[in-house]
Design a protein around this ligand. Structure first.
Ligand SMILES: *Cc1c(COP(=O)(O)O)cnc(C)c1O
Length: 368
């Protein structure tokens, strides 16, 4: 049984198990979001967020908002002009999982012209099709998902980014499960904006998400927002002074402030990436030794933060999940058509190799 001293280890793709340091930050003294000390904290967080990828500092502005990661992705789409200002240009969404499909649904909800290049969830992005469509012209933006959490695939952004650059089309990136865990190339990928969240690779708590936006967007264009709340341009205007148009999740910002310091103290995103790679490899090799196969046939395209596996014959997800939960681990189910066939293991947050060794021993105990 669990005791208070050994908290549940969350192996779902966010929220993550907090470190003691980040958890303690939640108890900082209360703060009003209209006071100078709040503006100071926000300005500090914005510059630390910019520093996570030094290559972003010169050209991109972080914008903070109170929402989950989905809210940041939806707010990011306010850089896409509304239909009446779009001058006939469209957005090309590249989808091979839940999150690419969700972005297409957002553009539809915002009444913005778009096309979707879909691949099966088990397959890489269809870059030949993307190339063919971009060559025809008429696109101002490509939208893609960096790490497709549906399957754990790290999409081939170097190749997609090179296509965007060659065709002179700007890239909008859902980096929600990769920001601070994988490499992001701002210039090489022709990136206009990318969306992230506090509670995945940054190891903060849910409630705060953000978008890094190329500076010139705010001067060259009017907002394309189709809602009052998710208007990135409005957040940006207020945040030049450290404030926000609406009440921010103040305590989640305390945690993010601390989590960003912790990330920097531990060596930044590269060190964190290496840690994730080692843990994911340990899990994959340990499960393989038990006869459990990776879900993706091209398992080498799995990213650092999460990996997916086929449930072995004779073991249901519920049986595996419930046993592991009794032993102090939360794993994650498959989505959509794969909900009965797959399980996923994320390695973000305060987990280490000893935890993974224990996890593997408990998986072994459930094997038929
Ligand atoms: C987690 C995630 C999101 C956003 O999910 P929320 O539940 O809204 O935080 C978006 N895209 C990807 C790739 C994700 O992994």
């Amino acid at each position: 049984m669990m005791s208070d001293e050994s908290p549940m280890k969350l192996l779902n793709p966010g929220p993550v198990t907090l470190t003691a340091r980040v958890r303690a930050a939640l108890a900082r003294p209360d703060m009003c979001h209209r006071e100078a000390e709040f503006a100071d904290m926000c300005s500090r967080i914005l510059s630390k967020l910019g520093a996570v990828y030094p290559a972003s500092q010169a050209g991109y502005t972080p914008v903070l908002l109170t929402s989950s990661g989905t809210g940041a992705v939806e707010a990011m789409l306010s850089v896409v002009p509304r239909r009446e200002h779009a001058k006939g240009t469209r957005t090309l969404v590249v989808a091979n999982g839940v999150y690419g499909e969700r972005a297409a649904a957002m553009l539809a909800a915002q009444g913005k012209e778009h096309d979707v290049v879909s691949s099966p969830w088990t397959r890489p992005m269809d870059l030949a099709k993307v190339d063919e469509l971009l060559a025809k012209g008429g696109y101002a933006h490509v939208f893609a998902v960096h790490h497709e959490t549906t399957t754990g695939r790290l999409n081939d952004l170097p190749a997609l980014g090179a296509l965007c650059k060659r065709h002179g089309v700007k890239l909008l990136l859902d980096a929600v499960s990769s920001f601070a865990g994988e490499d992001i190339r701002f210039d090489e990928w022709n990136l206009e904006a990318c969306a992230g969240t506090a509670n995945k690779c940054l190891h903060g708590v849910p409630g705060i998400a953000f978008v890094l936006v190329a500076h010139e967007v705010f001067t060259a264009r009017e907002t394309g927002a189709t809602s009052v709340y998710l208007d990135l341009f409005r957040y940006r205007r207020e945040q030049t002074k450290g404030f926000s148009p609406f009440t921010q999740a103040v305590h989640a910002l305390f945690a993010l402030d601390e989590a960003l310091d912790e990330l920097a103290a531990l060596g930044g995103w590269e060190t964190r990436h290496q840690k994730y790679v080692a843990l994911t490899r340990q899990v994959r090799e340990g499960l393989f030794a038990l006869g459990i196969q990776p879900f993706l046939e091209d398992a080498d395209s799995t990213g650092a933060t999460l990996s997916s596996y086929r449930l072995p014959r004779g073991l249901t997800y519920e049986a595996l999940h419930d046993h592991l939960k009794r032993k102090g681990f939360v794993i994650y189910a498959g989505q959509g058509p794969f909900s009965g066939e797959m399980f996923r293991v994320a390695v973000m947050g305060d987990v280490d190799a000893t935890d993974m060794t224990r996890l593997l021993a408990e998986v072994r105990a459930t094997m038929p």
